[in-house]
Design a protein around this ligand. Sequence first.
Ligand code: ADP
Ligand code: MG
Length: 425
Amino acid sequence: MTFREMNLHPDLMEGMDAMGFEKPTPIQEQAIPICLSGNDMIGIAQTGTGKTAAFVLPTIHKILSTPSEGKIKTLIIVPTRELAVQIDQAIEGFAYFTGISSMAIYGGGDGKEFNQEKTALTSGIDIVIATPGRMISHLNLGYVDFSQLQTLILDEADRMLDMGFQRDLQRILDHVNPNRQTLFFSATMPSKIMTFAKGILKSPEVVKIALSKPAEGVLQGAYILHQRQKPEMLVELFKGKDVKSAIVFSSTKKNVSTIHRILKKAGISTGAISSDLEQKEREEVLLQFKNRRIAVLVATDVVSRGIDIDNIELVVNYDVPGDAEDYVHRIGRTARASATGVGITFVSQDEQYKFLKIEELIGSEIRKLAVPEVIGETPEYKPKSGGGQRRFSKPRSGGSSQGNRPNKNRKGPNSGGRPRPKNKD
Ligand code: ADP
Ligand code: MG
């Protein structure tokens, strides 16, 4: 199914074009028609699968299809202010040609911001994106009118319950129009969340997108270290151990030959393959590895998908794969057919954020292993702050993050920023 076949409002389609949205992701393909039908829904799909648009697009469409009465139409509850801002930005982009207004409402900040939020809430913006605590502060003061609310969305529901927001959510629910549609989005769905969801949704349809996860039998671990410590750590890892079959992955060809040399020098039986080698040479090295004449194969991602070699005991990621999915594919080389295996990743400071993304993708924390003392001082794992380099999912245009807080309770198509097209600007 394409976006076009979903018959979304033309003004919304224009915004989507500008944002570079052409083809729906699986969760979008399945969730949007349900959202449009008016049914309650539970949507489960891992991080990065496009859940935001799965609920934002049908919501905007619905608002455009009903007359405006100056009342709040959609409430999106999220666990953190970062997420509130991020969703607000996405809405601004999609709704750029529609005249629909939105505002992120979150804790922190000063009294001035609270008053701005109050003004926006009382003058009736179309879409409110709020953290639970801040929403309750406003609700307690009595001026918020949710009587015409069409849609209530809980995003990252698993995280909200983890953060102890269940009570707050319940209190917000007491204030909203009972005839609204409720949409529930989560990356995971443990039983306590399912129970909570069933308590607040009316015969929901459940959309669950299969999780790509490493095989059950793989023990995963990571060494947090400096880039320069990697060669020594690698030798340390193999030294004195009788590893019969291991693969060391690196994303660059240059690193492959460096790693190969390091291992060779340390007296470890090793062979290397990368796309530099002729097909015949690659096959020769692979055959030797299969026949156990080589213990450690050093390779780029070319061998991580598809090649079938049994009984690999250990997979080492000498660097963190750029694409989180590649991690799953690399680790998938070990522990096939219910055997057990070990997958170890070397994470430098610059790679910490990337590694966090992998942990988010597979939905669990990977054990941080103690680096042997001979390696020396190592950095802490602080992917969100000091550790890796800071990165933001989307560049913000104009001003600092706080100063950019929009005063846009009645935003028209000409008053906001331009929609942010992907990879442009
Ligand atoms: P999730 O909430 O599932 O973690 P997001 O909604 O944040 O995922 O989407 C992840 C990224 O993918 C965002 O940058 C988003 O703009 C992009 N994206 C989502 N759906 C599409 C699509 N259909 N076409 C292009 N980009 C998309
Ligand atoms: Mg999300």
